[in-house]
Design a protein around this ligand. Structure first.
Ligand SMILES: [Zn+2]
Length: 186
């Protein structure tokens, strides 16, 4: 699972925020929808997150929200300074879980399951609920498939990229016949 620690509620400039938010963070009394709107976005999360199914959000040392992840959306943010393009941020899109969902009931309102750390984004294992949404596309693009080894078209893209490393298709065939002559079979 992904575990994200949010800040206390603070104002941000909606024009500089990739989600156009007026504020981020948490304060007591917020509804689940308000928490999601304020905090589901623009996190520096890596390839590992692509296969996670659930995200927990915590404030202080208490879990305040659980989300079942639909997808991670890459957002490119411009701060106004062209040198300050930040393109490694992701927004977690998903379903806000409610009381009665086993993940909500296990974590929300309870003590955070991870230790204190400087990085707000953490990962932890929960064998009861972990499980892959798909798998990383075998082409290396970093996206998650919905089943199978490749996203649609990515197998073709990967093959053609390798042919191009050798040269033309004709050059590739000549090269291939040298490294793996047909007479030897597989
Ligand atoms: Zn791919």
């Amino acid at each position: 699972m992904i575990h994200i620690t949010v800040t206390a509620k603070k104002a941000v400039n909606p024009e500089q925020d990739g989600l156009g938010r007026p504020y981020v963070g948490y304060e007591e009394g917020m509804t689940q929808d308000e928490m999601y709107a304020a905090n589901h976005g623009e996190w520096a999360i890596g390839a590992r997150a692509q296969k996670e199914r659930y995200a927990l959000f915590a404030f202080g040392r208490t879990v305040i929200q659980a989300v079942e992840i639909d997808n991670l959306e890459r957002t490119t943010i411009y701060s106004g300074d062209p040198n300050e393009k930040r393109d490694d941020r992701y927004t977690i899109n998903g379903q806000v879980l409610q009381k009665g969902h086993p993940v909500y009931d296990k974590y929300v309102g309870k003590a955070s399951p991870v230790s204190v750390a400087r990085n707000p984004v953490r990962y932890f294992e929960d064998p009861e609920f972990d499980g892959e949404r798909g798998q990383l596309c075998a082409c290396g693009c970093g996206e998650t498939t919905t089943g199978g080894e490749f996203l649609p078209g990515h197998d073709q893209k990967a093959i053609h990229e390798r042919i191009a490393r050798i040269g033309t298709v004709a050059e590739f065939l000549k090269w291939m016949d040298v490294v793996r002559p047909a007479s030897l079979g597989r």
